[in-house]
Design a protein around this ligand. Structure first.
Ligand SMILES: *Cc1c(COP(=O)(O)O)cnc(C)c1O
Length: 438
């Protein structure tokens, strides 16, 4: 597959080139030249396929010929080692639990897939430095996905004081090829430092920089896999339902996850509706209501992995609908909420003995409660992180202890190491240049 830039100024690239570069020179986003539609036989077989088998079939059109069939098969088997169950929360509403991986968040899927692609593509040449900005979960997923991978250095930028203790522990305690940098600023500042590094000519001469943010195609594309898997499980549980009578609610920040779901739909996955569910950073819900896209400084909320004021996958969503606003509105609805209603709904659903949601998944749940009476479909919300990742907020909300899953306990009590910089590009450049010398 070749990939073009959504800004249409840069040259087309192969999958491996797009993975290594991360971002086209013209600051657009890589987008596949064609979107293959999978045959009916695939969808018939889907409910019985494993995640790794689904991944192989869904992803091979995009990775061929840069990964051989055997390479892709091995990668899929190494990446999809944990379950992604569809769990009923109440009649007609299920949670897709994406938090059973090593860092308990959905980003494990993309980060693990990307690290293995980059490893496959970097063996021949120079070491690659992966530079990534995180609002919490990306950092831990990327750090753990890339830990100890030969020929790759990882530099993680995060807003000082802007991520939870547990999130911070998951990337600052690893050592080896992982360097963490606390920036005195917001997540958006971190993201713009990363963008600046990529467009800096001097740096790009000295080192091979790559991005592991959700803009990278090797993180973006594998996220489709669990939408197919979820639909397959839902079919199995509801064989009599109309095959497309299902709505996905996607708690969103940078909109990579939603863009992946929409791409899956274009590959033939029969999904009636998607809901773009956000916290007070409601740039996209506002856009869907008004047609005006107005990025704004991010505001802090309890669903902090979605505190994004300039969602960087947004151009892919427009591209998926050929920039046709009305076509987009047919499929995607917007929803947003404040912190307080999130707290109430977590408390209520937990007290009814149904389910303990994390603040991000809870927004998805709330959006289904709003729209399902109108859509008259089943609803699936993405549980994007384990509630224990937000232990302090959740314990304060429900008034009882929340146990850490085993994966997270492993990070406790290890010493944290991170560098600290001002929101200043020259300080970041100095750290990166120092790395090349090592
Ligand atoms: C990253 C993240 C999101 C947002 O995903 P996007 O693909 O950036 O929209 C939602 N919830 C959690 C827990 C996350 O870590």
């Amino acid at each position: 597959m070749t990939f073009y830039s959504t800004n249409r100024q840069s040259a087309d690239m192969s999958f491996s080139e797009a993975v290594i570069k991360g971002l086209p020179q013209d600051k657009g986003l890589f987008f596949p030249k064609e979107i293959p539609v999978l045959p009916a036989s695939f969808f018939e077989a889907l409910p019985e396929l494993t995640l790794a088998e689904i991944a192989y079939q869904v992803l091979s059109p995009y990775t061929t010929p840069d990964l051989t069939a055997d390479q892709l098969k091995t990668i899929c088997e190494e990446v999809f080692t944990f379950p992604i169950p569809l769990v009923e929360v109440e009649e007609g509403i299920s949670a897709l639990e994406l938090f059973h991986g090593p860092t308990c968040a959905f980003k494990d899927v993309g980060a693990r897939f990307m690290s293995r692609c980059l490893q496959a593509f970097s063996t021949s040449g120079n070491p690659v430095t992966v530079l990534v900005a995180t609002s919490g979960d990306t950092g831990s997923a990327v750090a753990n996905g890339f830990l100890g991978v030969a020929n790759i250095e990882v530099v993680i930028l995060y807003p000082e004081g802007g991520v939870s203790d547990i999130q911070e522990m998951q990337f600052t305690t690893l050592g080896q090829n992982i360097t963490s940098v606390a920036v005195k600023g917001t997540f958006d500042d971190c993201q713009s430092l990363v963008k600046q590094a990529f467009s800096d000519e001097e740096l790009s001469k000295e080192m091979q920089l790559s991005s592991a943010n959700s803009i990278n195609v090797a993180r973006w594309l594998p996220q489709m896999v669990y939408y197919f898997h979820a639909w397959g499980q839902w079919r199995k549980q509801n064989p009599a339902a109309d095959a497309s009578a299902v709505t996905f609610a996607v708690p969103s920040g940078n909109f990579g996850n939603l863009a992946a779901g929409l791409l899956a739909r274009q590959m033939g996955l029969p999904i009636a509706n998607f809901i773009a569910a956000t916290n007070r950073n409601k740039i996209v819900p506002d856009y869907l209501e008004t047609g005006i896209y107005a990025p704004a400084p991010s505001v802090a909320t309890i669903a902090n992995a979605m505190d994004v004021g300039a969602p960087n996958n947004f151009p892919r969503i427009l591209e998926l609908f050929g920039n046709d606003f009305d076509a987009l509105l047919q499929v995607v609805k917007g929803y947003w909420t404040d912190d307080e209603p999130i707290r109430s709904v977590i408390r209520e659903v937990n007290a009814q003995g149904n389910y303990l949601m994390d603040p991000h998944g809870a927004i998805g749940y709330m959006s289904l409660k709003k729209y399902l009476p109108e859509f008259k479909t089943a609803g699936i919300f993405l549980e994007t992180a384990h509630p224990a990742k937000f232990q302090q907020s959740i314990e304060a909300i429900i008034g009882t202890d929340v146990a850490l899953p085993e994966q997270l306990q492993a990070f406790l009590n290890k010493p944290k190491h991170s560098l600290s910089i001002k929101n200043d590009f020259s300080e970041l450049a100095a750290i990166l240049q120092e790395q090349v010398k090592l």
